[in-house]
Design a protein around this ligand. Structure first.
Ligand SMILES: NC(=O)c1ccc[n+]([C@@H]2O[C@H](COP(=O)([O-])OP(=O)(O)OC[C@H]3O[C@@H](n4cnc5c(N)ncnc54)[C@H](O)[C@@H]3O)[C@@H](O)[C@H]2O)c1
Length: 316
């Protein structure tokens, strides 16, 4: 059950119960990661930054009443709006393809953070437009990095902009990613196992392999000496046709894709040997976990700067 929002100022502090939605205790864990820091630095000295409140129940600091702009008002945009409102934030501007002029509106410029979920070809231009108004961006759009990674890194570094980007915002994937890294380290000692990956998503997804699969693959490649790069493999569709090829060199980590129905996202890493097979898998039940993660990332971004990602939020 959500905590009711219930402000009672005491001792000069803004005190609320945090309104964390029923997605569960994990979301308090996220808030606590960075909240405890603020609790000791700010709450103990009777000062909280703008938009931050002390949660009476959890003795931690949370961001509330943020002004959020949405860039991309599709499936993710709608779900993010719902969760942001539940958490006490205000949506000041919604931008999609047919109202691009709103990037130049006072409402957009008033946003504390813009949350961007569009597509691989639109994302980079959207970051530039938001940065030109000095609005921090949280983005989950995937597929843009191969063309614009260096430009974005430079803009953030030299232009003093802020981008929180994650190929996957769900807490489950953050945990899965930590397990994936640890497993790759262990497997470095066991050359008899060959590793491969498969990701499955809905048929509307424009990029393959998924951004999450690429991040997981890069984490493996940087830990497993016998793999030097990942390689895009096949993409199998519901109508039976298969794009691409599974050909790869032994030192390449193959990522195969499946595009099926309305699947929100499944990622599987398999280590296969003559004797046995070790498989780890994450399966999202809906988009809700991604949307909550994006809103929590926006709350984090309010008080952080530079190039940020989920490992800044979770300290496993
Ligand atoms: N990182 C994550 O956790 C995560 C999770 C889910 C989806 N995604 C990614 O987020 C993106 C959006 O997913 P979705 O399911 O909401 O897709 P969607 O197709 O439902 O919505 C995308 C929206 O963006 C709009 N759009 C396109 N170009 C635009 C532009 N230039 N400016 C503003 N809006 C524009 C479209 O009109 C559409 O309404 C995809 O790249 C997807 O892969 C990431």
């Amino acid at each position: 059950m959500p905590c009711p929002t219930n402000r009672t100022p005491t001792n000069g502090l803004s005190v609320v119960e945090c309104g964390t939605p029923s997605i569960g205790p994990a979301s308090h864990g996220w808030a606590d990661c960075f909240g405890l820091f603020y609790y000791f630095i700010f709450a103990k000295s009777h000062y909280l930054p703008k938009n931050h409140y002390l949660c009476r129940k959890h003795q931690t600091v949370i961001a509330k009443n943020m002004k959020i702009a949405l860039i991309g008002y599709g499936k993710m945009g709608h779900m993010i709006e719902q969760i942001a409102l539940e958490r006490g934030h205000e949506i000041v501007c919604k931008i999609d393809v047919d109202n691009q002029e709103d990037f130049d509106s006072p409402a957009f410029a008033s946003a504390d953070v813009a949350i961007e979920f569009t597509n691989p070809t639109a994302a980079y231009a959207n970051y530039l437009k938001a940065f030109s108004h000095h609005v921090k961006v949280v983005s989950g759009s995937t597929g843009w990095m191969k063309d614009h990674k260096e430009d974005v890194e430079r803009l953030v570094r030299e232009g003093h902009q802020t981008l929180f980007w994650a190929s996957n915002f769900s807490i489950g994937v953050a945990i899965f990613s930590a397990v994936n890294k640890y497993l790759a380290q262990i497997m470095n000692q066991f050359p008899q196992y060959d590793v491969a990956m498969e990701e499955t998503h809905h048929v509307h997804k424009l990029d393959a392999p998924s951004g999450t699969a690429i991040t997981l693959a890069e984490d493996i490649v940087s830990r497993l000496d016998r793999k030097t790069a990942w390689k895009k493999g096949t993409c199998a569709w519901d109508d039976g046709h298969v794009d691409g090829s599974a050909d790869h060199k032994p030192e390449e980590l193959l990522i195969n894709s499946v595009r099926h129905d309305e699947v929100p996202g499944i990622h599987t890493v398999s280590y296969d040997s003559e004797a046995d097979c070790i498989t780890i898998s994450h399966s999202a039940h809906s988009r809700k976990g991604f949307a909550l993660g994006a809103v929590l990332a926006a709350e984090f971004t309010l008080t952080h700067e530079g190039l940020l990602t989920t490992t800044d939020l979770f300290k496993f």
